[in-house]
Design a protein around this ligand. Structure first.
Ligand code: NAD
Ligand code: ZN
Length: 385
């Protein structure tokens, strides 16, 4: 089959690879009909998350069941499904405690309690390096889906791929960032990063009763997108002191909730780069520090932007003095996906309005390039095998 193949940072090619096959009785093989490039894929593409062997990337995909392993009960050939990105067994301690990204069984080689830099990671993800299970991803014509009775969700025939594709990752991820803050209604929510994940968090904030939603991003075209699709207020850190602006908008207090939807690959200045080199850090925690400053006392900061290393000078004292509540991690997609599919079915939310580029999978190298470099007003790339 044809697939995207990651060779090394900056080098993803469209190539012929071996077809996936049923390896376990619980597997299905899916014929992929749509797949997307995620900000998380960029961490591998940019070399922030290590991968030495060639790999088929992609954890946002959907398709049609082509072949079914002998013990699969919930799916049959021809079913059309979306597949949540964490690979979860469904019956271990973590899967039965609402924490499927920490599945004890899916990541045979590199799982453990430590959560270190290069060892003892959590559960596996599709197409997300050997450290996260070594499974091939869905930027391909076909993909093997293990534990097929647990994660895939059948989607209605009358909905297009684009309407439901983002249930695999970015909508549940944006939703997590808001659900973790447990809004009561009327809160001011400041969302750092107006990429695909930030845009989905904006949608989730409104649905969960926010009174004001403020989008922050240095790219004006992404702020324009946020205004157009989600009717939010916007701040560009190149134009204003974002923390001061948020305080001014909130009676001097700060936002009730700040969301970090950027992560370690935030735009960096010279000082950030020097500090990272000296401290063996990957990227910067500058957005998290802005969140700590911009949130009100006794407020909540949630982080869905990814971080990979320890960071020195972490503002622990400020976090304690302000009494900030923090919650972060890979999104527990399985906790939300059924409710979120209902929201899409009942037209309470539209997800495909963020798509900026549609391409054949054969153009995958170009897709990564323009998404990474934020060229051609790129917001979200959907690829068709
Ligand atoms: P993206 O790269 O398209 O978006 C990031 C946005 O942050 C860009 O628009 C960029 O301009 C903006 N940004 C950079 N520096 C900034 C700053 N200082 N202040 C405000 N905005 C700034 O990526 P994405 O697809 O939207 O993903 C965002 C993050 O979410 C990534 O770290 C990704 O890995 C992560 N993610 C996490 C999960 C999860 O389960 N936790 C799932 C999906 C994605
Ligand atoms: Zn993703």
């Amino acid at each position: 089959m044809k697939a995207a193949v990651f060779h090394k940072p900056g080098d993803i090619r469209y190539e012929t690879v071996a077809d996936p096959r049923i390896e376990d009785a619980n597997d299905v093989i899916l014929k992929v009909t749509a797949t997307a490039i995620c900000g998380s894929d960029l961490h591998i593409y940019d070399g922030f998350i290590p991968q030495t062997a060639n790999m088929v990337p992609g954890h946002e995909f959907m398709g049609i069941v082509e072949e079914v392993g002998p013990s699969v009960k919930n799916l049959k050939k021809g079913d059309r499904v979306v597949v949540p990105f964490p690979i979860a067994c469904g019956h271990c301690f973590f899967c039965t405690h609402g924490a499927s990204p920490h599945c004890e069984n899916s990541n045979f080689e590199h799982y453990g309690p430590e959560g270190g830099l290069l060892d003892e990671k959590g559960g596996a993800l599709f197409g997300y390096t050997d450290l996260y299970g070594g499974y091939s991803g869905g930027q391909a014509e076909y993909v093997r889906v293990p534990y097929a009775d647990i994660s895939p969700r059948i989607v209605p025939d009358n909905m297009t791929d684009e309407q439901v594709l983002f249930l695999t990752d970015i909508f549940p991820t944006g939703w997590s960032s808001i659900d973790w803050a447990q809004l009561k209604g009327g809160e001011t929510v400041a969302i750092f990063g107006s990429g695909p994940v930030g845009l989905m968090a904006q949608k989730a904030a409104w649905i969960n009763g926010a009174g004001r939603v403020i989008a922050i991003d240095p790219l004006n075209y992404r702020l324009e997108k946020a205004k157009a699709v989600n009717k939010v207020e916007t701040l560009n850190p190149n134009d204003v002191d974002v923390v001061e602006a948020i305080r001014q908008m909130t009676g001097g207090r700060g936002a009730d909730v700040c969301v970090d939807a950027v992560g370690m690959e935030a735009h960096r200045n010279f000082f950030d780069k020097v500090k990272a080199t000296i401290n063996f850090e990957k990227g910067t925690d500058s957005v998290l520090e802005l969140c700590f400053r911009a949130v009100r006392r006794a407020g909540t900061v949630t982080m869905v932007g990814v971080y990979g290393t320890p960071f020195d000078n972490f503002p622990l004292g400020q976090m304690f003095d302000k009494g900030i509540t923090i919650k972060q991690g890979q999104a527990p997609v399985l906790n939300y996906v059924d409710h979120l599919l209902d929201l899409v079915k009942t037209e309470k939310v539209v997800l495909d309005d963020i798509i900026s580029h549609r391409m054949p999978l054969s153009d995958v190298s170009k897709g990564y390039d323009i998404f990474k470099n934020k060229e051609d007003d790129c917001v979200k790339v959907v690829l068709t095998p």
